[in-house]
Design a protein around this ligand. Structure first.
Ligand SMILES: Cc1cc2nc3c(=O)[nH]c(=O)nc-3n(C[C@H](O)[C@H](O)[C@H](O)COP(=O)(O)OP(=O)(O)OC[C@H]3O[C@@H](n4cnc5c(N)ncnc54)[C@H](O)[C@@H]3O)c2cc1C
Length: 385
């Protein structure tokens, strides 16, 4: 316990010394491209100091930190105003996947680049015809000599424009007769910087472009860069999604608390607190956040159970959308009509607009409720094509 306090002091001091003014608060939702080079340099510093892969086991270059310390790290990271991570897809998604299911050669090749933020990653799952119904992916890959050759299109690929590598779910064999559509898909590690890959940014509601279309036109990757068995990629792809959140959720909630505190302050300044409906909604937001935090900590401390992560995703995504909508109520007509340039209006408008995506990515809320219906409540399975 005392050691944990010491640990908290250590990370707090490190952040105080290294989070410079240009980095503070940069790269949040709807601001993903902000001071990117500085944030990349910061990610490398964080890695060099041993903080980045704190949760990774020691044998893979991490610190094997306890859950309590992971929570402390994420809390302090958020409190310090440290910038949005540019390397999180590698650190929290593909890194743990390789540790669990990758070959020793894949681990040796990729984990160091992830741990030092010298190689950035993106996630190539969604396609124009395959999002919630991910098994419908049509990107194909065939073996040609020692290489996989990929053709197809991905979409909504976050950070593809800065990524060095992409983990791609592709069909490498037809569905065997009578088998499920999950068979014949493979999880391939594909270099992004090659002639066969085209990345086209998609302009989002916020005006920024955090995600992209990615086109594979005879793109190539080495035969041994399939994770797990060829044709057995579904299991690997689902494992990656299972790693997506975790202790970082707690840090996110520290950010939510800051948002709520700032919104209360804004409501005081604008006089919106005089409106009983606004007071009621601010109070409800505080209650809901308190419940969310308690639930998250309880879930993190308990053995994994079906549906618990799903409930957290449902709660936080609705919470943030709610605070975006409430911010618009606090701002009143200025929220819609004011030209860009007012820092308050810009901030809350961006949060309002970006948070529309919160109930879509990482599995839409309808899909999350479907998971709970079937796997927790035991309701009949939904008909699927
Ligand atoms: C900000 C952002 C970042 C993203 N980043 C990435 C990324 O890096 N890599 C990546 O691969 N993808 C990414 N995505 C894509 C995301 O995973 C998909 O948008 C999501 O899975 C939904 O798929 P879809 O957009 O094709 O919608 P669809 O699946 O077409 O769904 C459309 C609507 O139908 C509903 N629906 C669909 N099926 C059912 C059902 N069975 N029951 C009830 N309702 C249903 C959905 O809930 C939704 O409301 C990102 C998305 C966003 C918004």
């Amino acid at each position: 316990m005392d050691d944990d306090q010491e640990f908290r002091r250590e990370i707090r001091d490190w952040l105080a010394a290294n989070v410079t003014d240009d980095l503070r608060g940069a790269g949040g939702a709807g601001r993903e491209n902000e001071v990117f080079e500085q944030r990349l340099a910061f990610a490398r510093k964080l890695a060099a100091a041993g903080w980045s892969t704190l949760a990774w086991p020691v044998e893979h270059g991490g610190r094997g930190a306890s859950l309590a310390r992971q929570v402390i790290f994420h809390e302090e990271y958020a409190r310090s105003g440290a910038p949005g991570r540019v390397d999180h897809i590698g650190v929290t998604m593909v890194g743990p996947t390789l540790m669990a299911l990758g070959s020793a050669a894949q681990q040796a090749r990729f984990l160091p680049g992830i741990a030092t933020a010298t190689e950035l990653w993106c996630q190539g799952y969604s396609e124009p015809g395959a999002g919630s119904d991910l098994a419908a992916v049509t990107t194909r890959a065939r073996l040609e000599g020692d290489e996989w050759v990929l053709t197809g299109q991905k979409v909504w690929t976050s950070l593809a424009h800065v990524a060095d590598w992409c983990f791609v779910l592709a069909r490498t064999a037809p569905v065997p007769p009578g088998a499920s559509r999950h068979a014949g898909l493979s999880y391939l590690l594909v270099p992004m910087r090659q002639a066969g890959v085209t990345v086209r940014p998609i302009r989002q509601l916020t005006g920024d472009s955090e995600f992209n279309e990615v086109f594979f036109d005879e793109a190539r990757t080495s035969r041994d860069l399939v994770v797990g068995e060829p044709g057995g990629g579904w299991r690997v792809a689902m494992a990656t999604l299972g790693f997506e959140r975790g202790a970082a959720t707690v840090g996110q909630q520290v950010g939510f608390q800051q948002d709520l505190d700032d919104l209360v302050a804004l409501a005081r300044r604008t006089g919106a607190v005089a409106d009983p409906a606004v007071r009621e909604r601010l109070t409800r937001a505080w209650i809901d956040l308190t419940v969310l935090r308690a639930h998250t900590l309880r879930v993190l401390a308990a053995p994994p159970a079906v549906g618990t992560a799903t409930v957290i995703k449902l709660l936080w995504s609705r919470w943030r959308q709610g605070i975006g909508e409430l911010a618009m109520a606090v701002l009143g007509p200025a929220g819609i009509a004011a030209p860009p340039g007012d820092a308050d209006v810009d901030r809350w408008r961006r949060l309002f607009l970006f948070s529309r995506a919160d109930t879509i990515y990482g599995g839409s809320n309808e899909i999350q409720r479907g998971i709970l219906a079937e796997r927790v409540l035991g309701l009949p399975r939904q008909d699927r094509r």
